[in-house]
Design a binder for this molecule. Structure first.
Ligand code: M6R
Length: 623
């Protein structure tokens, strides 16, 4: 879960690597380093802590060289420290490597290399690669890397430079992402396209067990059996500014605000009118495949899993296909029943999450057809599925996923509608109502963003509390889960989500004035029961923030005795977050937005590192 970057050309490599690392910092930020090749030797800076420390070290002592590699780390083996920071060097200090991934057999290799006389400086798994390349080096770094990789088990993307070969940069991957950026008289490597988008819009997306020899003018790709590999040039479809903050204080804030535009892009070409059928690009499923589906399994991690929780409701309700949603990390620990004609919908923003990829492979082995709902084009999960529906969110840099979530739900809703239409499973009236709600979602999102100051006012009242409960029922249970995840991951307030129906079975014991309760209570089949829950919490002096549709007087009149008796205003929610009314099945899309803003502003008021929350990384490429 680290980021790697590399440069070869005529410019100063350290500046380009540092800029690339800044865009990769979301992948890990506990230590960082850059090495360049200069006048036949390696010149290195490594620091513990965030990239700013590396930038300061480079200012104090600049390193000059036109070929270099850099790394930002999320520690897996060995604590975050300068010694464990990458790049790692061979014993003779003439070979340097940066690595994203995990070498599973590193202990065995380390013992062998130590027995052969190599001295290790760090506790990392990565360092074995520097020594292995040294062991195999006989003048050709690519061949040494090829032989070294032959001994590795695990996942990796490596960048390698060698003081004795200052004209070449070597890169190789297995399971961890790697792209090669193509410039004029210069070339780049990176863990993702966003890291080098400011430099080029043309990349090769490197496949597993492919090895690249990169010079300033040429990129040569082979497989591990030395056979040449050809890739089409992929043109990055979004502008360089998409990976910048664009005037927002944090990427998370920018990405929350990008949702209306991103939603329109996601709907475009698929849904134009409530009276027209949904059309999909090729998603690897024929109409006959869709008609024969017997079961849909959603699988994903974190926020993407919550989108799958909504997906299950949509698939059952609209397409009338039995549906399940599984946490990807748990799926492989069960023995799921896969029928012929089971579809597994694998949801992932990055398309690189290790547990999600493992779940995909488990379901594929069992015979399920795989459909990815993915953001990052050409990512591993996108490529390993039988088909993919891209959510079209553009780059998401903030560690807390925001726009990807709402677009995952939109995409899944479109899929459910499409399946319903092909199977003739829902009434025209019902389909029209859902489509109208989806088409209105971008405008509703705009309206919710205009109301941001209302959410700030609520955040001001509660940001010093230490615990929160998020309650909801039905399809909005996902909203509670996602709201609580956002709150805990960036504000560090302990936040838990429960079905409000479970409240009396235990969680109600937590209710007290210090714990704020976010009650998601849109109009619909769960409304009355949610109002009952709000009253129960208020009766126990719990502060309630209710999320309800505009004009919902019933929520406000909570505690009023409908039949007789005085109105009990102390039973009203303490705070209201109003959202534009919409169809209940589409409401998780819009309800997500104020809950994202609530988490953001609570964290901001607490002065937390919103884009780089502690212990987290944007893309979890280890199991
Ligand atoms: O890239 P993915 O969608 O596969 O990532 C899944 C989770 O790691 C991710 O959603 C994570 O939970 C986010 N930090 C949530 O904000």
């Amino acid at each position: 879960m680290c980021g790697i970057v590399g440069y070869i050309g005529q410019r100063q490599a350290s500046a380009i690597c540092l800029a690339g690392l800044r865009r990769l910092e979301y992948r890990g930020y506990d230590s960082a380093g850059i090495v360049v090749v200069n006048a036949g030797r390696l010149d290195l800076h490594k620091v513990a802590g965030k990239l700013d420390s590396l930038a300061r070290a480079l200012e104090r002592r600049p390193i000059a060289g036109q070929i270099g590699i850099g790394h930002t780390r999320w520690a897996t083996h060995g604590k975050p420290s300068e010694t464990n920071a990458h790049p790692h060097l061979s014993c003779n200090g003439r070979i340097a490597v940066v690595h994203n991934g995990i070498i599973e057999n590193y202990q065995e290799l380390r013992r062998q290399l130590q027995a052969a006389g190599h001295t290790f400086r760090s506790q990392t798994d990565t360092e074995v690669m520097a020594h292995l390349v040294e062991q195999h080096y006989a003048g050709d770094p690519r061949e040494a890397v090829r032989r070294a990789v032959g001994e590795l088990q695990g996942a990796f993307a490596f960048g390698v430079v060698c003081a004795d070969n200052p004209g070449e940069l070597i890169a190789v991957r297995r399971f961890s992402p790697l792209v090669v950026g193509l410039g004029d008289g210069e070339n780049f490597i990176a863990s993702d396209m966003g890291a080098i988008r400011a430099e080029t819009d043309r990349v090769y997306v490197i496949g597993d067990d492919e090895l690249c020899r990169i010079t300033a003018d040429r990129v040569e790709i082979i497989d591990l059996e030395l056979r040449p590999v050809r890739h089409d040039v992929h043109v990055i479809p979004w502008p360089a500014e998409a990976a910048e903050k664009g005037g927002h204080k944090k990427f998370m804030h920018k990405e929350i605000h990008e949702q209306p535009v991103a939603m329109r892009a996601c709907l475009a070409g698929r849904l134009s009118s409530a009276d027209k059928p949904v059309t999909f690009e090729d998603i690897g499923l024929t109409a006959d495949n869709i008609r024969r589906l017997r079961k849909v399994v959603f699988t994903a991690c974190g926020t993407a899993y919550h989108a799958g929780v909504v997906g299950r409701f949509l698939m059952e309700k609209l397409a009338r296909i039995p549906a399940e949603t599984d946490i990807a990390a748990e799926l492989r620990h069960r023995d799921p029943v896969v029928f012929e004609d089971t579809l597994c919908i694998v949801i992932s923003q990055s398309g690189e999450t290790a547990d999600t990829l493992e779940a995909l492979r488990t379901m594929k082995r069992k015979g399920a057809r795989i459909l990815g709902v993915i953001n990052v084009v050409d990512s591993t999960i996108a490529r390993e599925g039988d088909g993919v529906a891209y959510i079209q969110a553009g780059p998401e840099i903030g560690v807390a996923s925001t726009k990807a979530y709402t677009l995952q739900i939109l995409t899944i809703a479109l899929l459910a509608l499409h399946f319903a239409e092909v199977r003739g499973a829902a009434s025209a009236e019902e389909l029209r109502a859902i489509k109208a709600a989806l088409l209105a979602a971008p405008a509703h999102a705009e309206e919710l963003l205009r109301r941001e100051s209302d959410v700030v006012a609520v955040a001001r009242k509660h940001f010093q509390k230490t615990s929160a409960l998020f309650l909801a029922r039905g399809v909005n249970l996902a909203s509670a889960m996602e709201g609580a995840l956002k709150m805990k991951e960036i504000s560090y307030i302990h936040a838990e989500a429960y079905s409000a129906g479970e409240m009396k079975h235990g969680p109600i014991a937590l209710v007290c004035p210090d714990v704020f309760v976010v009650a998601v209570a849109p109009r619909g089949p769960t409304h009355d029961e949610m109002i009952g829950n709000i009253m129960e919490i208020k009766a126990r002096s719990g502060p309630v923030i209710a999320v309800a549709f505009d004009g919902d007087t019933k929520v406000l009149q909570t505690g009023a005795d409908d039949a007789a008796g005085p109105r009990d205003t102390t039973a009203q929610p303490n705070d209201m977050i109003w959202v534009p009314p919409t169809h209940e099945m589409v409401s998780p899309v819009t309800i997500a937005i104020p809950l994202q803003l609530l988490a953001y502003h609570v964290a901001d008021l607490r002065g937390e590192h919103i884009d780089q929350p502690r212990n987290l990384a944007k893309t979890v490429t280890v199991k």
